[in-house]
Design a protein around this ligand. Sequence first.
Ligand code: ASP
Ligand code: MG
Length: 407
Amino acid sequence: MKNTVVMKFGGTSVGSSDRISAVAKKIAKYIKEKNEQVVVVVSAMTGETDRLVELCRKVSGSKYSQREYHQLLSSGEQVSAALTAMALLREGVQAKSLLAHQVRIRTKHVYGTELIMAIDKNIIEENIKSGIVPIVAGFQGVDEFNNYTTLGRGGSDTTAVALAATLDSVPCIIFTDVDGVYTALPSICKQAKKLRYLTYEEMLELASSGAKVLQARSVHLAHKYKVPLWVRSSFSDDYGTEIVKEYKDMEDAVVSGITCRTDQVKITLRDIPDTPGTLARIFSVIGEAGIVVDMIVQTKGLGGITSLSFTVNEESGDKTFETLSMLVKQEMNKARIEIDKNIAKLSVVGEGMRTHAGVASKMFEILGREGINIDMVTTSEIKISVAIDQKYAELAVRSLHEHFIEF
Ligand code: ASP
Ligand code: MG
């Protein structure tokens, strides 16, 4: 659809009645000035999804019905979508809230997550043609049995990008409570700078390494469907950060961002048999349990045994431990399992790493100088990640930022 833009407003942007009114004014002003069609996606009001998760835990304990969990969680976005539509109507703009079943956001359960299979763009287009601004509830989907599903925490970003992709890859602006993507978290690192541009791949690496500004899946989708993507503040008119295919000025800084996440745990399996198929067996059991694994390190021992460490999200930690305990008991009775909850994953990301050598050695040298021990290492073409002790996480971010970015 020509002249259309998808605008997504996050939880803080719609966090109170005043903020919803401000968002409505911003949308109304945009429509008037730019003469563009707008499709809006909203998150639940800030804190609401956490409140619902907590209610679920209180009522059900640790074992709960997946169906009811999604029915419950998806309700937060219904509230903010309806309120945003009301606020727009008050501004004199025709608007209508639309839930996942009304836009037919079809999802399918694949490897522990709900993936969007299709969105019915006719409904959106019909509304636009009638002069109505569609306000789509983010985060929600509907499965093949008409049950509500949800797209994982932060999933409204993915709703917004998927809608933009469906509408023939129109631009998507993610409005949030920060004015763009920073070289590091400003609350940890005072010297952090706002980035004017980032490539999709850098943004994807940053998002999956702890930068909370966008859900990683949404960046992947935007890249795949060539959706122009911006991160902007809903509270200012700043240009924000634009996510681009490649830099026009290729001689940019080697490192674009430093992130740190402390929401992972490390699982170690010691004294497992060093035989073909052992790792396949371990990871197939974990995969079947719907657990997503991140960093993996294997250390070979003597005498036909080996040790294996890997990280998983902390909410999967106990489940991983239980799943492996069962496997060890049944098939590898000499093995031992340990769980370390005090790790941090520290990453440096930058397109420049494709062509510059020595980033890893410099990173290790800086951490060594600060007395920080490195537990695990993984790399991609544009990222180096290490696992370290959580208590050094902020110090490590500041030291790496000082060296790689503030020179
Ligand atoms: N409300 C959901 C969450 O808190 C989705 C989102 O905000 O994007 O995770
Ligand atoms: Mg978010």
